[in-house]
Design a binder for this molecule. Structure first.
Ligand code: ZN
Length: 259
C-alpha cells in the first residue's frame, strides 16, 4: 500500500495551484545552505535568519480529541537520585485511539510527551525558554523518530493549560499515576509554523550514545504554562536542570522553515 500511496501523494502535490502568490514576510528568509543535511547532535541553536525554505515531507497530525495514559517520573541511571537524564513524561496509553502523525506518508505513533527545564533548543537572539516539551513519535514499522519541540513560557493566568495538567503534580521519582482527558492538540501552539533539521536524541541510551537520526520539528511559536508549575518542575532538579547543553556541530545543521 505504501508504494501505491506515493504516486497519489505526488499527484496531490502537483495539483496545487501554480499561480504565483505573495510570499509572507516571515517566509522571505535568506538561505545560506552551507551546513549539512546529515544528522547532527541535538539540541542546537536555531537562527531564523539562516533557515532555508522547507520543501520536505508533509506532516499530518492525527491526535484524538482526548487521550489517557500514565504520568511517570522517569528515573534513569543513577537510579534513586535525580539526574539530568530523568524527566516527567506522559506515556500514551495503548487502550484508546492512538495519537499519531504521518511524515512523508509513513505512520509515526506518539509514544510520550516529556519536559526539559530549561529548554534545550534555543532561538538565536531570544532568551532560552524556561521549559521545552518533546512529543516523541516513533515509526510504526521499523526504526525512526519524529520529535516535536515546543517551547513553553511561564505566565500567570487563571485556570490551567494542558501542559499544566501534566506539570502541576508530578509523581515521586520512579513512580507513576494514571492521567485521563489530555487534549494533545491544545498542547501545540495554534500556529503550526516550524523549523526542521536532522539531529539526535538528547538523552543517551545505556551505553551513552545519543541516537541518530532524529527528525526534529521545532515549533516557532511558544505554548504556555503557569509560572508556579514551571517553577515547581524546575525546582525538582535545581540549577543543573534536566537538559542537554547546546551542541556545536561542524558543519552545522541545515535548518528548514515551514511557515
Ligand atoms: Zn527530550
Amino acid at each position: 500500500m505504501r508504494f501505491r500511496l506515493a504516486p497519489i501523494a505526488a499527484a496531490a502535490l502537483l495539483s496545487l495551484p501554480l499561480v504565483a502568490q505573495a510570499v509572507p514576510a516571515q517566509a522571505q528568509v535568506k538561505c545560506h545552505g552551507t551546513g549539512t543535511d546529515a544528522a547532527v547532535q541535538s539540541p542546537i541553536q536555531i537562527d531564523r535568519s539562516k533557515a532555508c525554505p522547507g520543501s520536505g515531507p508533509a506532516i499530518a497530525i492525527h491526535y484524538p480529541a482526548s487521550v489517557s495514559g500514565t504520568l511517570l517520573f522517569q528515573d534513569k541511571a543513577p537510579v534513586g537520585e535525580i539526574s539530568e537524564h530523568d524527566d516527567v513524561r506522559f506515556v500514551i496509553g495503548t487502550g484508546g485511539t492512538q495519537p499519531y502523525i504521518t511524515y512523508g506518508g509513513e505512520r509515526y505513533n506518539l509514544n510520550n510527551v516529556h519536559f526539559h527545564g530549561h529548554a534545550e533548543h534555543k532561538f538565536a537572539g531570544q532568551a532560552t525558554a524556561p521549559l521545552e516539551a518533546h512529543f516523541v513519535h516513533t515509526k510504526a514499522t521499523g526504526t525512526g523518530y519524529v520529535v516535536f519541540g515546543v517551547m513553553i513560557d511561564a505566565k500567570t493566568f487563571l485556570g490551567q493549560t494542558e501542559h499544566d495538567k501534566l506539570l502541576v503534580s508530578p509523581p515521586a521519582l520512579g513512580a507513576s499515576k494514571a492521567i485521563t482527558g489530555i487534549h494533545l492538540n491544545d498542547m501545540l501552539p495554534a500556529n503550526h509554523a516550524t523549523f526542521r533539521y536532522t539531529g539526535s536524541l538528547t538523552t543517551p541510551d545505556e551505553v551513552g550514545t545519543y541516537f541518530q537520526p532524529v527528525n526534529w520539528v521545532v515549533f516557532d511559536h511558544h505554548a504556555k504554562a503557569h509560572a508556579l508549575n514551571v517553577f515547581h518542575y524546575r525546582s525538582l532538579w535545581g540549577a543543573e536542570g534536566n537538559f542537554r547543553e547546546l551542541q556545536e556541530n561542524h558543519p552545522a545543521a541545515n535548518i528548514y522553515s515551514y511557515h
